[in-house]
Design a protein around this ligand. Sequence first.
Ligand code: HEM
Length: 207
Amino acid sequence: MIRNPRDLQRYNASERANHWIVGICFILLALSGLAFFHPALFPLVNLFGGGTWARILHPWIGVVMAVFFVIMFFRFASLNLMGGKDWDWLSKVGKMVDGNDHDMPEQGKYNGGQKLLFWLLTLCMVLITVSGVVMWRSQFDFPVGLVRAAVVVHAAAAAFMIGLIFVHVYAAIWTRGTIRAMLYGTVTRAWAKQHHRGWYRQMTGKD
Ligand code: HEM
């Protein structure tokens, strides 16, 4: 682990643990959920001790993820409120992906893309959790018509969310020096200055 006293603290240990509990639950839920989604993916149940265990564990892992997502939501929501600068950033994101980030408006702790993703993930979590509870027939007894609608909502929101997490992980890898923020909690000053200049100024008091 590279530790430089000049690095900036981006996440504390509790925030990182919170994030990784959600992340690990997400992976387990995606693997077990995909196994139920299509027969070709059914062998994935073997990772969970077979079909019956996968079916029992999936909703309970979902409860853990929902609880820790709610905590994460309250930790990060106020930092993800969208403003004019964020929409401006989003309208220019194509140029940045093409390698020109000179015209990008200055960003605070999070950029417009991260903020939009945060709210889309929140929407998915609400839809998946509510529909998941309705579908949980061993614990609840909702009318069958509602259960059927919930199955469709659950699958559609989960598929969309898997796509969003691909974008999230890809962006974290693509923006070099980001993953370590969630591993060790710190980022370099150069990283902060380049990607989140407003946050850099706030943290260092420098321009
Ligand atoms: C499973 C693989 C995942 C990886 C590798 C990953 C990686 C990261 C990294 C590196 C950051 C720091 C970004 C920064 O500080 O600029 C971050 C932030 C964050 N991640 Fe993840 N993540 C993963 C899964 C998830 C999942 C499943 C969720 C939620 C459902 C999630 C929600 C968040 C949130 C809310 C933040 C804070 C950014 C914000 O509030 O906009 N992550 N992630």
